[in-house]
Design a protein around this ligand. Structure first.
Ligand SMILES: Nc1ncnc2c1ncn2[C@@H]1O[C@H](COP(=O)(O)OP(=O)(O)OP(=O)(O)O)[C@@H](O)[C@H]1O
Ligand SMILES: [Mg+2]
Length: 246
């Protein structure tokens, strides 16, 4: 008597903690096709059109079984009634969604995977037992996990010998996996800029000071840094980078 595979799984946790990445990884690992749909994508200004789209998605999944049906940002499809600010535009879509999920019970091989970064906004009837077998909480990584994510994110980057992931991870308290990936990217861009400016000599490597610069930038606002990099048109020869690397 084999255990039946789980039917409904909800991945819940802050933005950037790897929920969408997990759905893709699961699909790859289990070699199951991923039928992915993002909550807000369902909405149509045409009456009845969203319900039709929803029906089509479930139909597609039933045909593709075995597969993973991945509903990202599920809170946008099924927000709590209380938060609907007096409109009933969600009601038909929510009813349709509940019906479709309940119908999946009789279908073999469709794993329903959903994700949200605002679980408190989800309509409780969707979470009622029987619809989701598991709710998996995604949290921001601890120091050791951050070091591991750094390691993975930098896998293809030539690193100078002065880089210590454990030390860097210690400085990234509160960072999500996405934040950490972004730090690696920015440090690499900085190093490239220095190299192309001729400030750095071959062989090319990303150094501790690149990470240090980015981490300080992050305290002041990662967005500004991103804009600077974009503004540097192809990252070459921009005076601001020269200044950063002195
Ligand atoms: N624990 C982790 N290990 C490795 N990479 C991670 C981890 N968490 C996040 N990432 C990376 O961060 C990026 C963003 O992650 P993802 O899009 O899956 O976040 P999310 O939880 O779906 O966020 P949102 O709620 O905003 O949709 C991805 O490139 C992913 O690979
Ligand atoms: Mg996501």
């Amino acid at each position: 008597m084999g255990l039946a595979p789980p039917r409904g799984i909800l991945l819940a946790g802050p933005s950037g903690t790897g929920k969408t990445a997990m759905a893709r990884a699961l699909s790859g690992e289990k070699q199951l096709p991923l039928i992915a749909i993002d909550g807000p994508q369902l909405y149509s200004k045409w009456l009845g059109e969203s319900e039709r789209a929803l029906r089509e998605v479930f139909k597609k999944a039933r045909r593709a079984a075995p597969c993973i049906l991945f509903f990202d940002t599920i809170d946008a499809v099924a927000p709590k009634f209380a938060e609907q600010s007096g409109t009933d535009m969600y009601q038909p879509i929510l009813s349709q969604l509940l019906r479709e999920i309940d119908n999946l019970r009789d279908v073999k091989g469709v794993i329903l995977l959903t994700a949200t970064n605002r679980p408190e906004r989800i309509e409780p009837s969707l979470l009622r037992s029987g619809r989701f077998d598991y709710i998996v909480a995604f949290t921001k990584p601890e120091a050791a996990e951050r070091a591991e994510i750094l390691n993975v994110s930098c896998q293809r980057v030539p690193l100078a010998g002065d880089i210590d992931f454990v030390e860097l991870a210690g400085r990234m308290e509160g960072f999500t996996g996405a934040d950490i990936e972004s730090v690696c990217e920015k440090a690499t861009l900085l190093a490239i800029a220095g190299f192309q400016n001729g400030v750095r000599k071959a062989p090319f490597s990303v150094q501790r000071r690149d990470f240090a610069t980015v981490l300080e930038e992050d305290n002041d606002g990662a967005k500004q840094f991103k804009n600077d990099v974009r503004g540097a048109s192809g990252v070459t020869g921009d005076a601001r980078f020269g200044a950063l690397l002195k």
